[in-house]
Design a binder for this molecule. Structure first.
Ligand SMILES: NC(=O)c1ccc[n+]([C@@H]2O[C@H](COP(=O)([O-])OP(=O)(O)OC[C@H]3O[C@@H](n4cnc5c(N)ncnc54)[C@H](O)[C@@H]3O)[C@@H](O)[C@H]2O)c1
Length: 320
């Protein structure tokens, strides 16, 4: 039984808590959040202890999930690593590359497992598309086109709407799209060109992004996302174009596969991505041969996201 703690009982914390609570291989020990009412309510739901300060509980657990606001992630992660505890660290892991490097160095020097929370990899439709790409049905992946629109900006925590907190749509949500593109292409991104815009009142962060990523072995990705405060139809499609065909993920609905002379559709399957993420993390700790999103993946994605923001600011491509 892996003894687990959870740091941050907000939106993501609730999803991690559900997955930790559901695992037969995890024992939920505590939930830390300085917001007492929030922390206590979630802890009570899972029969865990509430802590105001996570540092008090690090001696009692083997691993933690870190679900704090972006500007706090790196500092917390370094403390957790220095205490020798394994962790699932929410994206984007840090708000600068220098911070990300301190997290990587602390995790390496303490030999702890660091998984960055690119949970979309555990969506059944995304995971199936990845499996198909790996099996070669569309040949070599060359171009990923990812398009998202949503109307839930009004439900986001206040801290996300300020750049000093590492907020904004790209850092809060777009990093998942960047991770997917890198993952499907299996290539390193060399340069980015981006345009971000803030279409929300009283905020200095982006709520709309268009980005082009160019990879080292000819792969490219085009990512667009546009979020509204008010309700609009939810759109989320990812196309993976290969040398022999194409896969389209219609998120939550299914995947379409076009290869030479054939077309077929598969259903999306039930979305249990947070459970999948926690189970993969435990598999990794148990020494099973699973590949998880690493701290290095997190740093690479952060470099791309920060590059897109900088590219938009200066109006030029950025070489990473
Ligand atoms: N993977 C996903 O689908 C997903 C979804 C939402 C958020 N996230 C990520 O989760 C993280 C948190 O975002 P959120 O939306 O849950 O924010 P949130 O504001 O809803 O929750 C953050 C919580 O952290 C608490 N907190 C602040 N400092 C703390 C500390 N020192 N120790 C413990 N708790 C502390 C806050 O009181 C708050 O309750 C971010 O990295 C975000 O990008 C991921």
């Amino acid at each position: 039984m892996l003894r687990f703690g959870l740091i941050g009982a907000g939106k993501a914390g609730e999803l991690h808590a559900h997955a930790i609570g559901a695992s037969r291989r995890a024992k939920f020990v505590w939930i830390a959040d300085p917001d007492r009412a929030r922390g206590e309510a979630l802890a009570e739901r899972y029969g865990a202890r509430h802590l105001s300060d996570f540092k008090e509980g690090l001696g009692d657990v083997d691993a933690v999930s870190v679900c704090a606001p972006h500007h706090m992630l790196a500092g917390i992660a370094v403390t957790v690593a220095q205490a020798g505890r394994h962790m699932v660290l929410e994206k984007p892991m840090a708000i600068s590359l220098r911070e990300a490097d301190t997290v990587l160095a602390a995790a390496r020097s303490a030999s702890v497992t660091l998984m960055v929370g690119f949970v979309h990899r555990y969506r059944p439709d995304v995971a199936r598309a990845y499996e198909l790409v790996q099996s070669g049905v569309i040949g070599a992946p060359r171009f990923v086109v990812d398009r998202t629109a949503n109307g839930d900006l009004g439900t986001w925590p206040d801290w996300v709407l300020r750049s000093q907190n590492g907020g904004g749509l790209l850092m809060y949500s777009g990093v998942h799209r960047v991770d997917r593109a890198r993952w499907f292409l299996g290539q390193n991104v060399l340069s980015v060109h981006g345009s971000t815009a803030s279409l929300v009142e009283n905020t200095d962060v982006d709520s709309s992004t268009a980005a082009l990523l160019i990879c080292d072995r000819g792969g490219r990705a085009s990512l667009t996302q546009h979020f509204h405060v008010h309700d609009i139809p939810f759109t989320w499609e990812t196309d993976i174009h290969g040398t022999e065909g194409m896969i389209r993920i219609r998120t939550g609905h299914g995947i379409d596969i076009w290869t030479r002379g054939s077309t077929r559709t598969e259903p999306a399957g039930q979305d249990r991505k947070f459970e999948g993420e926690i189970e993969a993390f435990i598999d990794k700790l148990e020494g099973k041969p699973v590949v998880i999103p690493t701290g290095e993946d997190g740093r690479a994605v952060l470099a791309i996201a920060l590059g897109v923001i900088e590219s938009s600011r200066i109006g030029q491509s950025i070489r990473l």
